[in-house]
Design a protein around this ligand. Structure first.
Ligand code: ZN
Length: 498
């Protein structure tokens, strides 16, 4: 079937919006890697202009008219066809953006800018009270935002939907309750175990060699350097400017010699996802991950299930020992692996390990939900945080900087984002489980440094679809069931840590 005139116009409009988005992303990448600090102000103007132009296109009356025509024209198409799905997806985004009045967007942007400054000040003084009135204001704006939409079963569902289409509190709560109980029990057991030797991780590991190692591992993973590159930044991230330019960054951390490697494997997982999306979807809203949680499942699968496994180090330990003979000359592979996987309860989310990470997320989810429900006051947040941390991980929070002020998200007015991180862990194990059922020899391949069987399975069951499908649909394609299921994840943790 040839494409209708309206469909051609839609693709042109979406293509132009995607180009503007790619230009913003490139400016943002530059800002976080190479931009001289003096350019910050002019850069923020440039970004705002591009973002506004993109927003205008995507909320334009022209797009509204096109959608109306196309909904009529595509009514009888296969509901799974790209055209039908594309129109439905753009309609969802259009409704969401068009329902948000520009006056709210402006007020919110101002409040976010002020909150960000206050958050930095509050951190410098380690005093949540400096930030609290700003958070109160952002919360008020978020509650106002919720009134723009049809009421959901739970108001928080509307926020979740922005990051993970169709995700609800109804699905999250029982899942998190189980993780709290069962993962909590595994954590308690694991933390009681005897500490492995790990003093060899304290020595000096030259940065240039660390970076060389990340490049070797990324190459083996199948990262396409002809359509990507790796640079250094303060926080590692992955970004793409269209499907043929997917870049990653990494960071060398003093005192943590394998941090650069694991963050590179993590970002490499995100990047393989983007590089694996069907190129036909370039310059459309399908040129993206299915959701934040599915994206995070890819990074975590590579980082934790592959990168921290004995099979992975079967291949890489001799290489690493050769690269760092002074540090690792007398260390065995088993000792090395035990040190890398040593669990530790930290008050800081970004320093949390594979085992304890989800508890940080569950705490934030519960607090956010109480705030949105009006069951908790902003002024009570710091105390609630500290007692939650104590309860979940037995960790004593010493001050607000390592407590309620540690994450930037709330100062940016972001609520509903955190659960994606925990779901990423859960989904990574579901996908790993499904891949191994289909190809039981994956661990043997990993043990000889061959990631092709795993990567190709992920490509055909997750990556190629891009954002055509949502989380539940990807799970259905890849595992046979649309349900989020924590069983494989809990089983893996149990086997590894108990
Ligand atoms: Zn990530």
């Amino acid at each position: 079937m040839t494409e209708s005139n309206h469909m051609k116009q839609l693709r042109e409009l979406l293509g132009a919006a995607a180009d503007l988005h790619a230009a913003s992303a490139l400016l943002d990448w530059d800002m976080r890697t190479f931009m001289p600090p003096g350019a910050a102000e002019s850069r923020s103007f440039q970004l705002a202009t591009l973002e506004e132009a993109e927003h205008d296109l995507l909320t334009s009356r022209r797009l509204g008219n096109l959608l109306r025509n196309l909904e009529r024209e595509t009514r009888d198409l296969d509901p799974d066809s790209d055209s039908f799905r594309l129109v439905a997806k753009v309609r969802r985004q259009y409704e969401r953006d068009a329902r948000t009045p520009s006056s709210w967007v402006r007020r919110n942007a101002h409040a976010v800018a002020a909150a960000n400054t206050a958050w930095e000040k509050a951190r410098a003084a380690s005093d949540f009270r400096i930030f609290a009135p700003h958070l109160q204001k952002l919360l008020g704006l978020k509650l106002e935002y919720l009134t723009f939409f049809e009421p959901a079963a739970h108001p928080y569902d509307i926020l979740l939907d922005r990051f993970d289409e169709g995700l609800t509190c109804g699905a999250l709560e029982p899942l998190f309750l189980r993780l709290k109980r069962e993962q909590g029990a595994i954590i308690r057991k694991a933390l009681e175990k005897e500490r492995p030797r790990s003093e060899f991780l304290n020595g000096s590991y030259p940065a240039a060699k660390q970076l060389a190692l990340t490049r070797r591992v990324l190459t083996r993973m199948g990262y396409d350097w002809k359509q990507g590159r790796q640079d250094r930044s303060v926080h590692p991230f992955t970004t793409s400017f269209g499907l043929s330019d997917v870049r990653i960054t990494t960071k060398v951390v003093k005192g943590k010699p394998f941090s650069a490697l694991f963050s590179s494997i993590h970002e490499g997982g995100h990047a393989l996802y983007e590089q694996g999306i069907d190129k036909r979807y370039a310059r459309t809203p399908f040129a993206d991950g299915a959701s934040f949680s599915v994206h995070e499942s890819q990074s975590r699968l590579w980082e934790n299930l592959v990168g921290r496994s004995p099979e992975f180090w079967n291949y890489w330990f001799p290489v690493v020992r050769n690269m760092f003979p002074e540090n690792l000359g007398t260390v065995s592979r088993e000792e090395f692996l035990a040190a890398l996987n040593e669990p530790e309860a930290s008050p800081i989310r970004t320093e949390a390990d594979e085992l304890t990470y989800n508890m940080h997320i569950i705490l934030r989810f519960e607090l956010e939900k109480s705030l949105i429900e009006g069951k908790m006051k902003v002024t009570e947040l710091s105390d609630a945080w500290n007692s939650g941390m104590k309860q979940l991980l037995g960790v004593e929070v010493r001050n607000d900087v390592e407590g309620v002020l540690q994450d930037i998200h709330w100062s940016m007015g972001e609520f509903g984002y955190f659960p994606s991180y925990a779901l990423g862990n859960v989904i990574s194990a579901q996908l790993w489980d499904a891949a191994l059922k289909r190809i039981p020899s994956i661990p043997e391949a990993v043990a000889v440094g061959d990631y092709a069987p795993l990567r190709e399975w992920l490509r055909t069951h997750v990556h190629v679809f891009g954002a055509k499908y949502n989380t539940a649909e990807i799970l259905a394609v890849a595992t046979g069931s649309p349900e989020l299921n924590p069983d494989p994840y809990l089983k893996l943790l149990n086997r590894k840590y108990c």
